[in-house]
Design a protein around this ligand. Sequence first.
Ligand code: SF4
Length: 322
Amino acid sequence: MTTIWENVKAIQSTDANVRKYVFTSEGSKGAVAESVLYKYPTYEERTVICCSTQSGCPVGCRFCGTGEFFIRSLTGDEIVAQVQHLFADQEINPAEVARGQIMFMSMGEPLLNKQGLTDALRKLYALYPNFALLISTSAPDVDYKWVRDISVEIPTVGLQFSVHESTDEARDKLIPFKKKLNLEQIAFEGESWFMATGRQPFFNYCAHDKNSSQADADRLGFLFNSEIWQSTVSVICEQDESVAAANVRQRQLANDFMALLMDKGFSTRCFDPAGQDDIGGGCGQLWYVQDYAKNHPELTIKSCGAGKSKVHAPRVIEIVSV
Ligand code: SF4
């Protein structure tokens, strides 16, 4: 049991390879966080953790239940404690994991928590030098020199931008947070990060009916240099469609769009969200988290997308190496 968090609840998916955890603490500094643990197919072969960097999120993405409310940024220790608890709970020896990844993408915008993320990255690298540390960001308008510097300092850091649309107009609707980079600026920052680190950044794209045409692929190919960028296409689920039906149709959509991106020269992979149907794996939609927010109105503020969520999309990508 972690001493940083007062309570931890573990939820096993019907998919035996996925477990979700909800961490809570009470009082004026109370918070809720969630983490997801995946094995592929055993922890020794490949372990992936998605952990939270904030409690709730101020960005307010329309596809994300987390984006309905914001409590506060987590401390470095609160982030590290999630990871430590998952290892302990499943008796994983991190040193014996052949391919390990810790991804900052479960809840919160990592780049809006500079202090907590920096502290966590340093501590996690010291504890688990064999684990890749992936920052997944919606691209808020922050100081990207800091992101480059910490990525140079820590050679296991990877960077992924949630792009999701091929035009700024569509992306603004999906991600209403105003103080963010536009697509051209994302392309620039990704290239700068590549120049500084020598590692390839990723863009993540949730393909749906209205954003997966040849014209969308053309625009992405124009914006992002395929010699620098790799791409991930995620399968999304519409809220008004059963998960099973959605999965078949959306997976086909994602596969077709992947083929278009590959034609553009991108190394591309697909993410299909394991465990999303019953535990919200990889998506900040967990009922327990929503409940905590509802029961702690004194701690929460509404995010800019509150009340407008339409679809939920997995924000976990097919796991990549850095
Ligand atoms: S998708 Fe990420 S950045 Fe957007 S609201 Fe959810 S947690 Fe925040």
